[in-house]
Design a protein. Structure first.
Length: 260
C-alpha cells in the first residue's frame, strides 16, 4: 500500500476543456505500447471519453493499428509523424504533440483522457511535464531481465512501469520476480506491474491505475533520481562565489516531480 502523502495531484499541463487528463505511454520498439493503448481503450471507452495521439517517425502505423482494432471512433485518433528522434517530440520540442492534443480537446470537449503514445525509444526517454500529466513506461521480458537494473529516466521517472509479455518469460529465460525487485529498488515507491497485455494477466491493475489518474487525477509521484539521465538534469548550483560566512549553511534544493 502506497503512502497517501506521496500521491501527486495534477496541476498542469493546461487543459483546453479544463478536465482532460493526459497520460504518456513510452518504451522500446516492440515492448507492447500500441497493444497496451489498444487494450486500455477497449476496456475503458464505455466508461469515459478517450482520445489517442500516436507518434511514428515516418508513418501512421500505430494510429492505423488502433483504427483496425476499432476500439475508438476514428476521429478520436490522431497519428503524428515526428520526422526525427522520438525523444524530441515528447520531451524537447513538444509542439506537434501539443497541437494534436489541443485540437482533440477543442473538437471533443467531453474528453476525459488522452493517451499519448511515443514512438519506439530507449531508457533515456521520458515525457515533458508540459505535454502529459504522468507517464507509463513499457518494457518486456524478451528485452532481457537485466533491463530494470540499467535505469534511465524512462524507467526511474515514469509514474507506472509495466513489465510486459510475462507469458514469454519461460521461453526467453527471464526472471520476472527479479525484474520487479530490481525495478522497485530504483523507483522510490512508484509502482511496477508485471503483465501480459495479450493474455490479460495482471492487466486489471493497469486499468485500475489509469482509472485513478483519469477520474481522480492522482498517482504516486515518481521522485527517484537513481541512475537518471545526467544529460537532461538541471545543473547543480555553483556555490564557489558565495560569501565565506554562508559556506557552512545547508542548502535545501528540494525534489522536482517533473519528467525531465
Amino acid at each position: 500500500m502506497h503512502d497517501p502523502s506521496q500521491m501527486h495531484f495534477a496541476s498542469y499541463p493546461v487543459r483546453r476543456n479544463g478536465t482532460t487528463m493526459r497520460i504518456g505511454v513510452g518504451g522500446p520498439v516492440g515492448s507492447g505500447k500500441t497493444a497496451l493503448v489498444t487494450e486500455l481503450c477497449r476496456r475503458l471507452a464505455d466508461r469515459f471519453p478517450i482520445c489517442v495521439v500516436t507518434n511514428d517517425i515516418y508513418t501512421r502505423e500505430d494510429a492505423e493499428a488502433l483504427l483496425r482494432a476499432d476500439v475508438l471512433p476514428a476521429e478520436r485518433i490522431v497519428g503524428v509523424e515526428t520526422g526525427g528522434c522520438p525523444h524530441t517530440a515528447i520531451r524537447d520540442d513538444i509542439s506537434m504533440n501539443a497541437r494534436a492534443i489541443e485540437d482533440l480537446e477543442d473538437r471533443f470537449p467531453d474528453t476525459k483522457l488522452v493517451l499519448v503514445e511515443s514512438g519506439g525509444d530507449n531508457l533515456a526517454a521520458n515525457f515533458s511535464p508540459e505535454l502529459v500529466d504522468c507517464a507509463i513506461y513499457v518494457i518486456d521480458v524478451a528485452g532481457g531481465d537485466d533491463v530494470p537494473r540499467k535505469g534511465g529516466p524512462g524507467l526511474t521517472r515514469s509514474e507506472l512501469l509495466v513489465i510486459n509479455k510475462v507469458d514469454l518469460a519461460p521461453l526467453v529465460h527471464s526472471d520476472v520476480p527479479m525484474m520487479v525487485r530490481d525495478a522497485d529498488a530504483l523507483r522510490a515507491g512508484a509502482p511496477t506491474l508485471a503483465v501480459s497485455v495479450m493474455h490479460g494477466d495482471g492487466f486489471d491493475d493497469v486499468v485500475d491505475w489509469v482509472v485513478g489518474v483519469a477520474e481522480r487525477g492522482e498517482w504516486t509521484a515518481a521522485t527517484s533520481t537513481l541512475r537518471d539521465d545526467h544529460h537532461h538534469r538541471a545543473p547543480e548550483p555553483d556555490h564557489r562565489h558565495e560569501p565565506a560566512e554562508d559556506h557552512g549553511h545547508a542548502h535545501d534544493h528540494g525534489h522536482s516531480h517533473d519528467h525531465a
